[in-house]
Design a protein around this ligand. Structure first.
Ligand code: SAM
Length: 254
């Protein structure tokens, strides 16, 4: 009995500790994630890292680097709002936004990063506020997180995202995101991606069966697809997938 009581107290203590660590009190957000999330601390992949990871997908889709993709949209008068799923400390978004000057304007309008842990230092939080970059702590496998994404999207006046990226590293492993949840996640992502040539680009676990996945995805009309297997290069240790949503694609998959 004593051992059980001790375990329960320890469990509660650990949950509370994680809540504080995740910034739950500060952001007034309710979390439903478990202690395993404590493993995620500071991960700051920058634009060059994302370019290296996804260069084969981007080039198979006849797209340039991420900066070029966004700059081309901006030049065509289209919005450039980015959702970075499993986005670590939002370094990708911050890096996209900076440095910006008259010769070299930022290709990013607004950015939302979703992560389990907000490990940003204070100075970055203050900077991000000025840069129109927000970080939301939540578990993507939870419906509640998608409600929070919607709320934040509305507050940021973003109709749809032009680029949705997920360079989650170990976060994409099947032990973290079971394959059975893919339809749920893909549906949520699809709903939030613009039909004006919106790009969803993601890493996948090694266990994914490309033939099966592509067969399903090819059933969606009005899309362009690229799947690239993993290689031995550090930036390409996971398979990657890119899909472009065009105006003839269904807005929603439900
Ligand atoms: C290896 S880091 C990658 C960070 C960044 N994308 C990069 O390339 O440096 C994995 C990130 O995924 C987040 N993550 C893992 N599982 C998640 C989940 N179920 N929901 C939301 N974020 C998750 C972690 O909090 C962490 O920010």
């Amino acid at each position: 009995m004593v051992a059980l009581a001790e375990q329960l107290t320890q469990g509660l203590h650990a949950k509370r500790k994680i809540g504080v660590f995740l910034g739950a009190e500060q952001h007034n957000v309710k979390y439903d994630i478990e202690i395993r999330d404590d493993i995620w601390t500071w991960y700051g992949g920058r634009v060059k890292d994302y370019d290296a990871t996804f260069s084969r997908v981007l080039s198979a889709l006849h797209l340039g680097s991420f900066r070029e993709v966004l700059a081309a949209r901006a030049n065509a008068g289209l919005p450039t709002n980015v959702l970075d799923l499993m986005g670590g400390d939002a370094s990708f978004l911050r890096d996209l936004k900076l440095p910006a000057n008259r010769q070299n304007p930022s290709p990013l309008n607004a950015g939302l990063c979703v992560t389990l842990v907000d490990g940003r230092r204070e100075s970055w939080r203050a900077l991000d506020l000025k840069l129109n970059i927000e970080v939301l702590c939540g578990d993507l496998t939870s419906k509640n997180t998608w409600k929070l994404i919607d709320e934040r999207q509305r507050e940021m006046s973003i109709d749809a995202f032009d680029l949705i990226a997920c360079r989650g590293g170990d976060g994409v492993l099947e032990t973290m995101v079971p394959k059975a949840l893919y339809p749920f996640l893909f549906g949520k992502i699809w709903d939030r991606l613009t039909s004006k040539e919106g790009l969803f680009i993601t890493q996948l676990p090694e266990t994914v069966r490309p033939r099966e996945l592509l067969k399903q995805l090819r059933l969606i009309p009005g899309t362009r697809l690229s799947f690239q297997p993993a290689t031995k290069k550090e930036a390409e240790l996971y398979p990657s997938l890119g899909i472009v949503k065009t105006p003839t694609a269904p807005k929603s998959l439900i």
